[in-house]
Each structure stands twice: as C-alpha cells, then as structure tokens.
Design a binder for this molecule. Structure first.
Ligand SMILES: Nc1nc2c(ncn2[C@@H]2O[C@H](COP(=O)(O)OP(=O)(O)OP(=O)(O)O)[C@@H](O)[C@H]2O)c(=O)[nH]1
Ligand SMILES: [Mg+2]
Length: 392
C-alpha cells in the first residue's frame, strides 16, 4: 500500500514538473528577446565534447512587463509542446561516435598499410589508392604521401608510431597553417541581426540544415527568424514551417511562386523590426544554368543587404556526391561569396576526404557537418575529432 502511494506521489510530481517545464518554455519564447552581451559575437564554435553540458539560463520571470504574458483562458488552443534541442556537448559526443562508425574503414585501411614491416612501392601505391578513393583529391594525396614517406623513413616503425604520424599529417591537411576560423557568423552589428544565407543544389540538405541551425541557436537562447525563400514548391515552405514550429521560431514565407528575393527581403525586415539576433534564409536548389543562378542568388543577396549585411553564406554540400559535388561547389562559389561549407550526410559516406578537397578548392572552411536526418544531427566541424573518427 505504502509503495503504491509512493508511486502515485512520484507520478504526480513528474506531472507537475512537466507542466512547469512546458509553461516555462512557452513563457521563455514569448518574452522580448533579451539583448546579447557584447562578448557574444560569433557562435557555434567547436566545444569540448567532454565538458559538462552548458546550462542555458533565462532571465528571471519577474522582469517581465510585456502585457502579452497574461495567461490565456484554458479553453483556447492548447500551448504547443516545444522540442528542447539537445545541448551542444552531448550532441558532439553522439556525433563523434556516428562519424567514427561511418569513417573508420578508411583510417583502419591506411593504418594497416602503414604498419607493414616493409613499406615498399606497392604499399605506397595502395596507400595512394585508398586516399584517392576517399575523395581527398589527387594533389593533397600526393602531398600527404610525400610527407608520410619522409616521416615514416625517419620515425616509422610500430603501428602506434604510424598512427601518430598519420594523425598529425591528416590534421595538417584538414586544418592547414594556423588553423581555419570555423566560427559561424550569426551576429550582426549596429543592433541589426546577423543574416545567414543558405545555398546549394537540390537535395543537398539546405532546409534540414536551416532547421538544425535554428535549433542550436534557440538552445543558446538566441532569437531567430527563418525565411522560406525557396518559393518554387509549396512543400518546401511547409518543410521549413515544420522546423520553425518545433522550436517556436517565426517562418516568413509567401505564396508559391513568389519572387524569392521578396521573401528574403521580408524575412530580414521582420528580423530587423523585431530585433532578433539571427535571420536564416533558405533558398531553392535548382541548379539551372549558371547565369540564372547568378541572377537569382545575386538578387536575393542584394535585396537582403538593403536591410542588413549578409554575415554568412553557407554552401550546403552532400558528402556522398564526390567529384560531382565538387563541380557544383565551384559553380556556387563563383556565383556567391561563400564563407563557409556545411558538409551533410557524412554519416552515410566513408568518403570523408571530401572535407580536404572542398576546403582546398574553395578556400573556405567546413564549418558544420551533418551526420543524420535527426533534428540534432548537426555539429561544428572540429579537425582533431574528425581525424580521430577517420582513424577509428
Ligand atoms: N543521412 C543524412 N541525411 C540528411 C542529412 N541532411 C539532410 N538529409 C536528408 O536529405 C534529404 C534532403 O534534405 P533537404 O533539407 O530537403 O534538402 P534541400 O537542399 O533543402 O533540398 P531542396 O529543397 O530540394 O533543394 C532529406 O531527406 C534529409 O532528411 C544528413 O546530414 N545525413
Ligand atoms: Mg529545401
């Protein structure tokens, strides 16, 4: 009997907590966005996945004076149950495991070859084949093999030594020089929002990525507006609207066939007027001819900049498309000033070498990687973690 009443009490307790949590979330999203501290510039930098999750604290409810906070009568539409995005730290741990799962083959193959007792010409040729097969690209493969040859001659020997040398050289390749700045510029200046323009071919994962980035920003307590500038298909707008609803972020859209530039303009205007931190604009992926693409994206960017500068142009690339993806990447980077790359579907590809090839080709860093279709399957790119995943 006593046990039964304890269970009932426990269930009641959990119920109260849940109601409280949902109410808290709704209130949090309704409040006027709090200004960000000055130190908050460009977020989404790789965080140490071993660090404890960062708690996002909300300002105390008592400072609220906005009248819309009045409780609504119970009979009205029930408050939507919002997703609580996963914290960056726990997302990274999970994604690192997933990356290791899909990429481990490449690293294991290389290590097995490099740990052979005799590194003869045939072995070096096989190493080259593995690297080219992983889409690293011919020139970087050649450089890597040359460096490995030199170092293995001097330091070579045990499997552990081979691993250390390979790890260092792969990191050099992925993160050359002083290291690339992979921060995503999501903040604007002079009180205006940061504007992130997301481009790429059909099916690369643009809309999904926009939704995932919005979740990360919301989890960091930033306010966001999404612009559905892919107006060619009604389904595209709906897809983005669903992402927006899940984290209670406004999605600005127009009827099917509206000029994408006008939707982009409206979304940034709304962002400026409501004082949000970031506006993310999703675009259509049709790779018509280069001139058409240039005209369209050029116009979208121009009209946005009547309101606020575009702070980040993200090119979304599907990692599974290999050399074809590289050709598309070139076209886009000729058309717009790409500032960062999002490499999606790395979960389904053992061809992580594309990271090296695309960074070389475009001269811009991979800033984010998509590792699944799930809402939180997006992570900041981190060279060390990536190479560790490659090596399995
Ligand atoms: N496995 C995997 N699937 C992904 C990833 N990112 C996106 N997808 C899937 O790829 C498909 C296309 O994604 P969308 O976001 O609709 O692509 P899009 O670039 O907006 O496509 P269009 O609007 O047609 O130009 C969807 O089924 C996504 O779930 C990823 O990182 N991993
Ligand atoms: Mg889309």
């Amino acid at each position: 009997m006593e046990a039964l009443s304890l269970i009932i009490l426990a269930i009641a307790g959990v119920g109260v907590l849940l109601v409280g949590a949902v109410a808290g979330l709704v209130v949090t999203r309704r409040r006027k966005p709090a200004p960000l501290p000055d130190t908050h510039t460009d977020v989404i930098v790789p965080t140490d996945p071993d660090a404890p999750p960062v708690e996002v604290s909300s300002p105390p409810a008592t400072i609220e004076t906005v009248p819309e906070l009045e409780p609504e009568p119970a009979a009205e539409a029930p408050a939507p149950v919002l997703d609580k995005p996963e914290s960056t730290a726990s997302r990274l741990v999970r994604l690192r495991q997933r990356l290791a799962g899909s990429q481990g083959g490449l690293g294991r193959g290389l290590l097995a070859l490099l740990s052979r007792e005799r590194l003869d010409e045939d072995t070096w040729e096989s190493i080259e084949d593995v690297l080219i097969g992983a889409d690293i690209g011919v020139a970087p493969t050649q450089e890597l093999v040359d460096r490995l040859r030199t170092r293995m001659r001097v330091e070579g020997g045990t499997a552990a030594e081979a691993r250390t040398v390979l790890r260092e050289e792969l990191i050099n390749l992925v993160d050359p020089g002083e290291g690339l700045d992979r921060r995503l510029k999501v903040s604007g200046e002079d009180g205006r929002p940061g504007v992130v323009l997301v481009v790429g071919v059909n099916g690369a994962g643009k809309t999904t990525t926009v939704g995932k980035i919005a979740r990360i920003l919301v989890a960091e307590d930033r306010s966001v507006v999404l612009g559905a500038a892919d107006t060619f298909r009604a389904a595209a707008v709906e897809q983005l609207a669903t992402w927006g609803e899940r984290v209670d972020v406004d999605v600005v859209c127009g009827p099917e066939g509206t000029d994408p530039a006008s939707v982009a303009f409206d979304s940034v205007r709304q962002g400026v007027e409501t004082g949000v931190d970031t506006v993310i604009v999703d675009t259509a992926g049709r790779l018509q001819n280069k001139q058409g693409l240039m005209d369209e994206l050029g116009k979208v960017k121009r009209v946005i900049e009547k309101q606020a500068p575009v702070t980040e142009v993200l090119l979304v690339l599907d990692a599974t498309t290999g050399q074809n993806g590289m050709i598309q990447a070139r076209v886009f980077s000729d058309v717009v000033d790409v500032t960062g790359i999002v490499l999606t579907k790395l979960d389904g590809s053992a061809k992580g070498g594309i990271v090296v090839a695309v960074q070389r080709e475009l001269g811009v860093p991979v800033k984010l990687v998509g590792l699944g279709e799930g809402a939180d399957d997006l992570a900041p790119f981190d060279a060390g973690a990536f190479v560790d995943a490659l090596l399995g």
